[in-house]
Design a protein around this ligand. Structure first.
Ligand SMILES: [Zn+2]
Length: 108
């Protein structure tokens, strides 16, 4: 459903511009230097960091959509008032899969 061209370096949501950075070392994704993170959103810097490495374009797109949905939820709900953090991850993963795979069509 959502098609992302190339590797966007800028994303705008509700007038807020997010810078997107791609890194090849997973430790550069997380400000705390933890391993095993494919993406992270930094609300202080308005920055989304995505691990590129040898991942497929589809995987990278998944991470971009996932992190962007965090920005969307935060914008509309403040600091996660509806979902606990773990539930938010589940919800966002489900929504990301939907947005990546759903196909809507019809005729006039
Ligand atoms: Zn997440």
């Amino acid at each position: 459903m959502i098609k992302i061209s190339g590797f966007p370096t800028k994303a705008t949501l509700n007038g807020v511009v997010w810078r997107v950075k791609y890194v090849d070392d997973m430790r550069d994704v997380d400000v705390d230097g933890k391993d095993r993170m494919f993406g992270q959103i930094c609300y202080e810097l308005n920055e989304i960091r995505v691990f590129r490495g040898k991942r497929s374009k589809s995987d990278i797109d998944h991470t971009l959509i996932h992190e962007f949905l965090h920005a969307f939820l935060r914008y509309h709900g403040g600091d996660d008032p509806y979902l606990k953090a773990k539930d938010e991850e589940k919800f966002i993963n489900a929504l990301t899969a939907f947005l990546q795979t759903a196909s809507l069509s019809g005729s006039n």
